[in-house]
Design a protein around this ligand. Structure first.
Ligand code: GLC
Length: 544
């Protein structure tokens, strides 16, 4: 039997990601701010089933930044950009969140700073500056070209030449994001102190940006070409044409992550979440050999799958089989870097089924703001594209589509910012019907589905802490699994297909439907012949 009593908050809870620029603007400059988040905390959790009911918020960066990558280029790790507020507002946010039982996770961007960070200004000032070695500087090759062949995620080479000192510096994102040298002990000490600064202010955890990139190959060797690279990549997509052997996921990074973890462990019950990609066996290593690294390396494996029952089941089952006992699973279906899940999976009906899956798999779910409304990709006119990825690699790659303003109501600017103010990205056209106020009044809206699922999950040990087992059903469009804790048994049946189907649940006679993703169906069902409508998901109570 699974022990569900002693789970940590980051195991039991549901995390909600807020992209602060896009959540709620209270100053009238078209950009969201921390005060806006404070004002919406009751929407997130007021302790009743009327609120969304999340347990933790993760805030994307709010630090002082020239915004070359919208805050992922930090010029001061220990402050708040005036655009978003100030430290006093942040302290109030933590206090107000905690008062409602909401944990606060913040983004920590350790791999690179802004080129305007005082450390980099010093580092680039001369070759013998004491901070020169805080970043990764190398001589040009004899022909003047960059030190190796690495490309930037955002297009072009990963190196920029500095005329003044005659060397190149490394940046795997935009050139305004020079990479710190984590092999230098002073850098480590300074960055670990940043963690302590925020831990002392009461934050409950960190989402650690591109954590697997902290250590690069000691010799900075050339990456080999990727024989399977898509043929139609834009000419400047050097990154997309290579196998990333030497620029990330080096074995030595684990020692650094253990050091980071030791800082978290200086405090009570804090949580380290990391942005880590890679194949399962290498990805799993980020939990640490005995659980001494990340509490949760983000699991993005479902995010990139097609909308297919088999693919989803295989991914979940592989993860379940591979995880060591100490490693807690987690699932992500959307974030600020990916197209909206409703658009990826095909529409609202699929988004509803995806919500049921995300909130009932074993492990910690992370929700992305607006997905609870079924928000779709925004339409961004080419001249309004903001994201450097879209600007450099083509408008179809812009991440702006998932960063459009939160849709609060049917009023001007969807209630995101005051009338007459231009929001930093256009509000989506569907805002008049797809918003919090309207959906709150519709008993069967996707928002009310999320609320209901979150409330149900909170009170169900089987869902927040129980075991997981997938079941074989004949229909290839269905993914069915059982969650169990003690006597509590919950069956989840997800139908990925567009035509109605009947399935027979092995070993089960009948059960009570507690929630249908269409919110129009409850009560006893014969499980030897269970009907599922197109894209329908059911949460069913079964007894032994
Ligand atoms: C991560 C962030 C992304 C950012 C990049 C560079 O992937 O999620 O938004 O652009 O790191 O910091």
């Amino acid at each position: 039997m699974m022990e569900t009593q002693n789970l940590h908050w980051w195991q039991r809870g549901v995390v909600y990601q807020i992209y602060p620029r896009s959540f709620k603007d209270t100053t009238g400059n078209g950009v969201g701010d921390l005060q806006g988040i404070i004002e919406q905390l009751s929407y997130l959790n007021d302790g009743t089933p009327r609120s969304l009911g999340v347990d933790a918020i993760w805030l994307s960066p709010f630090y002082p930044s020239p915004m070359a990558d919208f805050g992922y280029d930090v010029s001061d790790y220990c402050n708040v950009d005036p655009l978003f507020g100030d430290l006093a507002t942040f302290d109030r946010l933590v206090e107000e969140a905690h008062r409602r039982g909401i944990k606060v996770i913040i983004d920590w961007v350790p791999n690179h700073t802004s080129d305007q960070h005082p450390w980099f200004l010093e580092s680039r000032s001369s070759r013998d500056n004491p901070k020169r070695d805080w970043y990764i500087w190398r001589d040009p090759r004899p022909d003047g070209s960059p030190p190796n062949n690495w490309g930037s995620f955002f297009g072009g080479p990963a190196w920029t030449f500095d005329e003044h000192t005659g060397q190149y510096y490394l940046h795997q994102f935009v050139k305004e994001q020079p990479e710190l040298n984590w092999r230098n002990p002073e850098v480590r000490a300074a960055m670990l102190d940043v963690l302590r600064f925020w831990l002392d202010r009461g934050v409950d955890g960190f989402r650690m940006d591109v954590i697997g990139l902290l250590i690069k190959d000691a010799e900075l060797r050339d990456n080999p070409p990727d024989p399977n690279a898509p043929p139609d990549l834009p000419p400047n997509d050097i990154f997309g044409r290579q196998l990333h052997i030497y620029n990330w996921d080096q074995d030595e990074v684990h020692e650094v992550i253990r050091e980071i973890r030791r800082v978290l462990d200086e405090y009570d019950d804090r949580c380290g979440i990391g942005e880590v990609w890679g194949e399962l066996p290498r990805w799993i290593k980020y939990y640490g050999e005995n659980g001494d690294e990340l509490h949760l390396p983000f699991n993005f494996r479902l995010l990139w799958l097609p909308w297919q029952a088999r693919a989803m089941r295989r991914s979940v089952d592989e993860l379940e089989a591979a995880l060591p006992g100490f490693a807690w699973p987690n699932y992500v279906l959307g974030n600020h870097d990916q197209p909206r899940l409703a658009s990826r999976f095909g529409g609202e009906a699929q988004a509803r089924a995806a919500a049921l899956m995300l909130l009932t798999l074993r492990g910690t779910p992370t929700l992305y703001y607006g997905d609870e409304l079924g928000m779709e990709n925004g339409v961004i006119p080419p001249e309004k594209v903001q994201d450097p990825q879209g600007i450099n690699l083509g408008v179809e790659r812009t991440r702006d589509v998932a960063r459009t303003p939160m849709q609060w109501n049917a009023g001007p600017n969807a209630g995101f910012c005051p009338a007459g103010v231009e929001p930093w990205l256009p509000v989506s056209a569907d805002y008049a019907t797809r918003n919090v106020a309207v959906q709150s009044e519709q008993p069967r809206s996707i928002l009310n589905l999320y609320r209901k699922l979150l409330w149900y999950r909170r009170h169900s040990p089987a869902l927040y802490g129980g075991s997981y087992r997938s079941l074989d059903v004949e229909h290839e469009d269905c993914f069915v699994y059982l969650r169990e804790a003690g006597d509590e048994r919950r069956l989840i049946a997800l139908h990925f297909g567009s035509t109605p189907c009947h399935i027979s649940i092995p070993g089960e006679q009948s059960g009570m439907v507690a929630i249908s993703t269409y919110l129009d169906r409850e009560g006893r069902e014969d499980l030897s012949r269970l009907e599922l409508r197109p894209y329908e998901g059911l949460l069913i109570e079964v007894t032994k």
